[in-house]
Design a protein around this ligand. Sequence first.
Ligand SMILES: Nc1nc2c(c(=O)[nH]1)N[C@H]1C(S)=C(S)[C@@H](COP(=O)(O)O)O[C@H]1N2
Ligand SMILES: [Mo]
Length: 168
Amino acid sequence: MLQRRTLLGICSVLWTAGIARAATLAPPTGKVLLTVRGKVSQTNSEDGARFDLAMLDALPQGRFEGETPWTKGKTVFTGPLGSAVLEAVGASGSVMRVAALNDYSADVPVADFRQHAVILATRHDGALMSVREQGPLWVIYPMDREPELRIESTYTRSVWQVSSIDIR
Ligand SMILES: Nc1nc2c(c(=O)[nH]1)N[C@H]1C(S)=C(S)[C@@H](COP(=O)(O)O)O[C@H]1N2
Ligand SMILES: [Mo]
């Protein structure tokens, strides 16, 4: 009897946890900016986890303030932390293929997002970025606080016009 109760207890806890998790990733209602596929435990479509701008804005945000090889003078980028996106989708795996609208893609170690405050920038100097302005999403490493990141491998991973992330 006690065993059965324990089992029931465990089942109900798991069930509740399942509901709580499912509720964390509601489907997007606006235009889909990002799709995260592959080794994820949280999805909201048959094609993985899709995010619209409101969903990205609701995640913990990061900020970059400084110079980049691609912009003039001091600029500010803001957007969800890569680590927060990974957490939202329940990511496992070790490498992400970050793909852009223009078919450019880069393999980015998952560890980069966990060890550095990399952001998926949604805004440049406070404004949303059009595709012509390298938007809608741009991988920005914290090169302002970590100057040692100003190396070619970081630049290669600084994908702009991001549309999807495949985690392997
Ligand atoms: N979407 C997209 N992002 C991209 C690229 C690209 O071609 N398309 N080039 C990458 C590479 S290889 C580098 S070194 C940097 C800088 O590219 P640039 O030197 O052409 O400005 O952007 C990276 N991000
Ligand atoms: Mo490059």
